[in-house]
Design a protein around this ligand. Structure first.
Ligand SMILES: [Zn+2]
Ligand SMILES: [Zn+2]
Length: 298
């Protein structure tokens, strides 16, 4: 994540990414993830604060359109053999944006005008496999930024307030969860909304109980043991991949952590790094000290 200095000039490495239409659709419908995975290490050539421009192919008519600008905040590694590749890039939630794709004109000509090779009849073919991610020049970055000025944002990419959702799940307040979901025009598909409202409450309470049994109520990061100190459980269940960002409602996506760590993770939008099995907070990494249940990358 270090900025690279070259002859006294900051060498920026913004990226252009071709996001397969079906994967983009899944992302937007399950809760915009604000991160991308790739098998190509070039995904990590970007520095913090630089932009990855993602374009996709609209499934309805095959047009190429601008899908998102992720402003890099964290770079992490996925477990070996992870189906979507070893490299993960996280967008800053405050600066990154998803664009509405329905009304956009085709951007093939614009993409072909950039200083990167994109030969072949179909643009998608030039961006297949490892070629899906490309470094672009600062000038190309400027061209794409200028183009994006005229685009409207995708309303479904607005995230649910995750901490609030988790707290309501834990409290078992079904009415409040329904209200939270219904009141916000967010990227939660109807099926997922129904699931959160109707089933997630019971499941999440079961999961929390299960983790509290496994860890005797301790924080998996710092080992803080409120049960020993106060005779009460204070630690909370946290979804490693947030529910509002497409995370699975599964025990394999949940850790038990103290309220301090929980607040810090959400405030700093800390990313989970599978290489170190821990959370990345700006420059710090805090690995899980207690790990007695199976976590799975999603
Ligand atoms: Zn803790
Ligand atoms: Zn959480």
């Amino acid at each position: 994540m270090n900025t690279i200095y070259f002859s006294g000039i900051i060498q920026a490495m913004p990226l252009l990414y071709y996001w397969r239409g079906d994967n983009y659709k899944k992302d937007i419908e399950l809760g915009a993830g604000y991160h991308l995975n790739q098998a190509n290490p070039a995904l990590h050539d970007i520095s913090a604060g630089e932009s990855l421009w993602a374009f996709t192919r609209r499934l309805e008519d095959g047009a190429y359109v601008m899908a998102a600008e992720l402003v890099a905040i964290y770079k992490t590694l996925n477990p070996a053999g992870y189906q979507y590749g070893r490299y993960r890039l996280w967008g800053d939630l405050n600066l990154s944006r998803y664009f509405a794709v329905e009304s956009q004109p085709d951007i093939s000509v614009l993409v072909r005008s950039l200083a990167i090779p994109a030969r072949g009849n179909a643009l998608g073919q030039a961006f297949q496999g490892l070629a899906a991610v490309r470094r672009i020049s600062c000038n190309d970055d400027k061209i794409l930024r200028k183009y994006a000025e005229g685009l409207s944002l995708e309303p479904r990419a607005k995230l649910l307030p995750e901490e609030q959702l988790e707290a309501l799940l834990l409290a078992g307040d079904t009415n409040a969860i329904e209200k939270l979901i219904r009141e916000q025009p967010v990227g939660v598909a109807e099926e997922r909304s129904q699931y959160l409202i109707n089933q997630a409450v019971d499941r999440n309470r079961q999961f929390s109980e299960c983790l509290r049994d496994t860890y005797q109520g301790r924080c998996q990061i710092c080992g803080w043991a409120p049960r020993e100190i106060y005779g009460k459980d204070v630690c909370e269940a946290h979804h490693v991949r947030w529910l509002s960002r497409g995370g699975e409602d599964q025990l394999s996506n949940i850790v038990l952590i103290c309220p301090n760590h929980h607040r810090a993770i959400h405030r700093l939008d800390a990313a989970f790094d599978w290489e170190v099995m821990g959370f990345r907070f700006n420059q710090n990494v805090e690995p899980l000290q207690l790990m007695d249940h199976l976590l799975q990358a999603s």
